[in-house]
Design a protein around this ligand. Structure first.
Ligand SMILES: [Fe+2]
Ligand SMILES: [Fe+2]
Length: 337
């Protein structure tokens, strides 16, 4: 971006003071922004949800809802949580700044607003917003692709979304930091993306796979990690994809053992197996929740899954599951997760 870096940026300004709003509008319009104005917190929240602006400027002191409450509510919903918010205040004190950080504000401006400071801060946040938008576009395409892959087999529809949901809730209960929670959410959503190389016939087969089909099936973690490895922003999810079929005793796809398997991959492995068990597969019917948990605990006498993770998962399984109450014993040696 060179000249008019803010050309076309949609900015929402919320302030009860008409003079301030007009001043901000003049400065930002001169830079090429499209400015929407509101004069109380409720209108600010409504307008933000309707127009999904690129940047929001909020005065702390507004009628109905103050700027901090508006910011806090914007951070709750997925559509508005990444919109940059600048809090404007007459107070220079540390306490108000701390409150603004707590509710998720991105920056502050103190009244009277300095023109250069305002433009510089808005430009910097707009740049970041555009970058995040591009990232989101890439992710949306990948997630659509992953849903399409799940839908190739009627038994695995929603599988990736379920695994992502279980893994994220489990990660939260385990106290993972935000960066790792993001990685586990994305990694779980894309864990089977490498199945693009597996034929529909193999995916929907009720019986044992041929040697060639099995060979390709075992390649899906490598193919998936290769695909994601080309995308700089998704590099951290590659180990999750690559190792989601590893087992603690080394009898997984690639023979990794115990702690050699990254923690996030061990989390996804538990959630992946669980979702496969509680849903029908072409070669067996679904297990009830408690029976599926039993499989994860006993591993047919082997040590397949991390038992600390299984234990944590057991405490949330009923809360996150929609169990199918039909149960037919497993009639195949395939693990179609
Ligand atoms: Fe898989
Ligand atoms: Fe899977």
């Amino acid at each position: 971006m060179e000249e008019q870096e803010l050309k076309g940026a949609r900015v929402l300004v919320g302030d009860a003071n008409i003079t301030t709003v007009e001043l901000l509008e003049d400065i930002l319009s001169e830079e090429g922004c499209c400015v929407e104005k509101v004069y109380n917190g409720e209108d600010a929240l409504f307008k933000a949800r309707m127009m999904l602006p690129d940047i929001i400027l909020l005065d702390i002191t507004m009628p109905l809802l103050d700027g901090l409450e508006v910011c806090q509510q914007l951070r709750v919903t997925s559509e508005t949580r990444l919109i940059p918010v600048i809090i404007i205040t007459v107070h220079r004190d540390r306490e108000n700044r701390m409150k603004a950080i707590k509710v998720g504000a991105d920056d502050f401006l103190t009244k009277p607003v300095d023109k250069l400071e305002l433009v510089t801060r808005v430009k910097s946040l707009y740049k970041r917003k555009k970058y995040l938008d591009d990232m989101e576009n890439v992710e949306v395409v990948l997630y659509s692709l992953s849903s399409m892959l799940d839908a190739r087999c009627p038994y695995t529809a929603n599988h990736s979304q379920n695994v992502s949901y279980y893994s994220t809730v489990l990660g939260q209960r385990m106290g993972l930091p935000k960066k790792e929670l993001d990685a586990v959410r994305r990694g779980a959503l894309l864990h089977d993306i490498g199945k693009i190389i597996v034929s529909d016939t193999a995916l929907n087969k009720p019986g044992k796979l041929t040697d060639r089909e099995w060979e390709l099936m075992k390649m899906h973690p490598i193919k998936g990690a290769d695909l994601m490895g080309n995308l700089k922003n998704l590099k951290d999810i590659c180990p999750i994809i690559l190792y989601h079929h590893e087992k603690l005793d080394g009898c997984g796809y690639y023979g990794l053992r115990g702690d050699q398997i990254p923690l996030l991959a061990r989390i996804v492995a538990v959630c992946d197996t669980y979702d496969a068990l509680i849903n029908d597969r072409p070669y067996r019917r679904s297990y009830p929740v408690d029976d599926a948990l039993d499989v994860l605990k006993k591993s047919n006498g082997h040590q397949h899954w991390d038992q600390e993770i299984v234990e944590k998962f057991t405490s949330i399984a009923h809360e996150v599951s929609k169990p199918d109450l039909l149960y037919w014993p497993n009639s195949s040696n395939r693990e179609g997760s």
